[in-house]
Ligand binder design. Structure first.
Ligand SMILES: Nc1ncnc2c1ncn2[C@@H]1O[C@H](COP(=O)(O)OP(=O)(O)OP(=O)(O)O)[C@@H](O)[C@H]1O
Length: 284
């Protein structure tokens, strides 16, 4: 079932085009990773989905409908800046979320509290940035909302907590059959939990697909390979990411697909007669 449909979203601020014709969909059971460099438009896209930022053109449908306030109880969002109300304790947040979200999963949240031993009397603003990130992501999952948006959910987390959180997100999506959109720079860890990928650069989606299909459709080949039946996507160190239906080269890992699209063909002198030549890989 379709949870989010983003159709041809464009947005300009002043004379800067922030988003250009952004389109993708997210279904139940999917974890879509929105990846791209700083300033690519990831946070703006998330904000447009939850109606926290305006758009110039395009459409966003959530559960098949344009945004309306009643949808809020079915959407949870963890923002990039982890802003929290000063003076509100973790216990206050717990009560607030419980009241706002009718499907609140109390057992899940209580298990989390006992697992980490966090005091509900401590002000949320007094937790470390990593602890605050963890708490806000767990609060978002405990809402049982059918759409969860997480901006950089593993930022500032130590490796153990990061691993546990990734497992929790994965397990939670599978068990509850919800949809998650994650904005992330952590391209090496995405393979562990994302099911779909949307690569964004300069406000444009360069590629969007399920990760399994993306791997099927691309190959890593030598820079001197015959590329007659392949579309060159981008350069990796000494190798090339290509899109092809031919069984050539090796299947890529997700991070190679992402880097290939983000780097593009820059540094490639020319592609002629089916062969590509690399000029200076160190310049990429
Ligand atoms: N309110 C604003 N006024 C002016 N420019 C803005 C505003 N909000 C965002 N931008 C610009 O829009 C672009 C996209 O920003 P956005 O925060 O969506 O990127 P991002 O991909 O989330 O980046 P990061 O990975 O650094 O968090 C940036 O160039 C940013 O400077």
């Amino acid at each position: 079932m379709m949870v989010v449909e983003v159709k041809n979203l464009s947005k300009r601020i002043g004379d800067k085009q922030i988003l250009s014709d952004v389109s993708f969909t997210v279904q139940k059971g999917e974890i879509l990773a929105l990846v791209g460099p700083n300033g690519a438009g990831k946070t703006t896209t998330l904000k447009c989905i939850i109606n926290a930022a305006s758009r110039d053109t395009g459409e966003v449908l959530i559960f098949g409908k344009p945004f309306e306030p009643s949808l809020k109880k079915n959407i949870a969002f963890v923002s990039e800046h982890r802003k929290v109300f000063s003076r509100l304790a973790l216990g206050d947040y717990y009560k607030m979320y419980q009241a706002l979200y009718p499907n609140w999963d109390d057992l899940f949240f209580k298990n989390f509290l006992s697992r980490y031993g966090f005091s509900t009397n401590q002000e949320l603003s007094k937790f470390s940035m990593g602890q605050r990130t963890l708490i806000l992501v767990i609060l978002a999952l405990a809402t049982n909302a059918e759409l969860v948006l997480l901006d950089e959910p593993t930022q500032n987390l130590d490796p153990t907590v990061r691993f546990e959180l990734i497992q929790l997100i994965k397990q939670y999506v599978q068990e509850k059959n919800i949809a998650v959109i994650v904005s992330s720079h952590e391209i090496f860890e995405l393979e562990e939990y994302a099911t779909n990928i949307a690569i964004i650069k300069n406000g444009r989606i360069l590629y969007c697909d399920s990760i399994d299909d993306a791997k099927q459709k691309h190959r890593i080949v030598s820079s001197m390979a015959n590329l007659k039946d392949a579309e060159v996507i981008g350069l990796l160190d000494g190798e090339v990411l290509v899109r092809t239906e031919k069984d050539m080269g090796e299947y890529p890992r997700l991070n190679q697909i992402i880097i290939g699209y983000l780097r593009g063909k820059e540094g490639m002198q020319e592609i002629k007669s089916g062969y590509c030549q690399i000029t200076d890989l160190n310049s990429i």
